[in-house]
Design a protein around this ligand. Structure first.
Ligand SMILES: Nc1ncnc2c1ncn2[C@@H]1O[C@H](COP(=O)(O)OP(=O)(O)OP(=O)(O)O)[C@@H](O)[C@H]1O
Length: 363
């Protein structure tokens, strides 16, 4: 039996929950429903590579979903299957309940013609999108202005900077007002101003109830835009949920750094931590500085501050800070699990005509 037909029994609880939601039909009204999407590449050198492994996901209206993962995790392959660039080995995807419908796609590498101007590109895509002739000029003008490309409208795309090429690719993805937009690393090469501009544009899109699926290597970008995200490792989601949820579950918790007025106060502070935060781990102790790491699952930031505030004077604390785990921490913790060893990803070829995930699986 091909690996991709075996039931998944080691899904994370949130990933398993999303899988069940999709399989029992609760995601049928979502903008995008991905049902056990699977891709196995056949390579003469590497054998069979399981690039995407029984992915299940529903993206709701007005949601910006972040598809994260290190290089080679399977994000682009997922996009390519969703846009029809690549065939699927198994599974299905539904957009607004249909197998194929108008979507916007900004690919990872700009698919532009060097000799065509931004205006000509946009005119071409209005034709491909079936926009009526009478509306063409208005739509092209709208896209040029929306992405601040008016200045470059009549210059060949081959002369554009990397950031402006990304803007044009994004403008193309927006032509025809698609209700679902895939953006594969849309801000790569953009300066901070252009990046923030695009972020605002994406936020405006989701405010209209349309949905966006985005990949990015910038955690700052994900924090600014994503309502939910999933981190892919070796073709599968290893975690899924809102940013705060993932930080709470998988982050390193809080870092509490305390500086005492004199080194003689340190012992009392250590005693205080042992009594009040017994699960805290001492990370650093240096003269008057002490640093503890505290898992955040059972204690809120407010509770930490409240306890600390009560003892600032009595324990001779000069100052203290509490910092929460970053999304980078969470990402790096999962990224370590991505296998560089392709042997582990090799799978036997799927049996023709066989579903990649049988109905009797644990889904
Ligand atoms: N055309 C192909 N033929 C064979 N293997 C491929 C092909 N395209 C991708 N792969 C393999 O599939 C796996 C997933 O690749 P994919 O490009 O989807 O990852 P990614 O998460 O998008 O990475 P990146 O962040 O670098 O874009 C990798 O192991 C890659 O080597």
């Amino acid at each position: 039996m091909p690996v991709s037909c075996q039931p998944i029994d080691d899904d994370d609880v949130d990933v398993a929950c999303e899988r069940r939601r999709v399989l029992r039909g609760d995601a049928d009204n979502d903008k995008l429903k991905i049902d056990n999407l699977t891709k196995v590449y056949k390579s003469r050198k590497m054998g069979h590579i399981l690039a995407v492994d029984r992915l299940c996901l529903g993206v709701r209206p007005g949601e910006c979903f972040g598809l994260l993962g290190v290089n080679g995790a399977g994000k682009t392959t997922t996009f390519k299957m969703l846009t029809g660039d690549e065939s699927t080995t198994g599974g299905e995807a539904f957009i607004n309940g249909n197998r194929s419908q108008s979507i916007g796609y900004c690919p990872q590498f700009d698919a532009l013609f060097d000799d065509l101007t931004a205006r000509e590109h946009l005119e071409l895509y209005t034709r491909l999108r079936g926009i009526p002739w009478k509306d063409q000029e208005r739509v092209v003008q709208w896209a040029l202005e929306k992405l601040e490309l008016s200045k470059y409208a009549d210059k060949p795309a081959g002369t554009y900077s990397g950031g402006n090429k990304r803007k044009l690719s994004t403008a193309i993805a927006l032509i025809g007002y698609p209700s679902l937009i895939f953006l594969d690393e849309p801000t790569t090469g953009m300066d901070p101003k252009a990046r923030r501009f695009l972020w605002n544009l994406i936020l405006d899109i989701i405010k209209t109830g349309r949905s966006v699926v985005l990949t990015s290597h910038s955690m700052e970008e994900c924090e600014a835009l994503c309502t939910r995200l999933g981190i892919m490792v070796n073709g599968r989601f290893k975690c899924l949920g809102s940013i705060q949820h993932l930080k709470n579950r998988f982050g390193d918790g809080y870092m509490i750094t305390v500086r005492t007025k004199s080194s003689s106060n340190v012992k009392e502070v250590l005693r205080f931590f042992n009594r009040n935060f017994p699960e805290a781990v001492l990370k650093e102790r240096h003269h008057t500085k002490i640093q503890y790491q505290l898992k955040s699952e059972r204690i809120s930031l407010a509770q930490v501050f409240s306890k600390m505030e009560q003892v600032v004077e009595v324990l001779g604390i000069e100052d203290y800070s509490v910092s929460q785990t970053t999304l980078d921490n969470v990402f790096v913790n999962f990224a370590k699990k991505q296998s560089d060893n392709l042997d582990q990803q090799e799978v036997p070829p799927p049996v023709p005509g066989q579903s990649p995930c049988s109905a009797s699986s644990t889904c």
